[in-house]
Design a binder for this molecule. Structure first.
Ligand SMILES: [Zn+2]
Length: 112
């Protein structure tokens, strides 16, 4: 079972208390974007085998959104942080790199 700690209220919540919001740090495409850019923003999502940054909402708690860094293979959670943050905090990047030295958080959040 997946258990995540909400960074807003500090409660450890089971997966059933949360709502998954998909890939984190997507770049929105405005009215100046091309059809291909908008299609990519709307439909193209990463499905990595390894560390993934994903949005979660503490649906049966404080109701706020946050981002979790977890491995999709082992379900190891490296940390959570507020969704308003545009990049993973240093302590999470260091925790991930301790397990996966080649992990690059800037590639993870990029949306093409
Ligand atoms: Zn919460």
């Amino acid at each position: 079972m997946l258990i995540l700690t909400c960074p807003h209220c500090g409660i450890q919540a089971e997966e059933t208390e949360l709502h998954n919001g998909g890939e984190a740090h997507l770049k929105r495409v405005g009215p100046d974007g091309s059809d291909e850019e908008f299609e990519g923003y709307m439909f193209a999502r990463r499905n990595p085998r390894g560390v993934h940054l994903e949005r979660w909402r503490h649906a049966y708690g404080c109701g706020k959104w946050f981002i979790a860094a977890r491995c999709t293979v082992t379900l190891q959670v490296f940390g959570t942080y507020a969704a308003q943050t545009t990049t993973p905090p240093d302590h999470i990047v260091q925790a991930v790199r301790a397990a996966r030295p080649d992990w690059n958080p800037t590639e993870e959040g990029a949306s093409e």
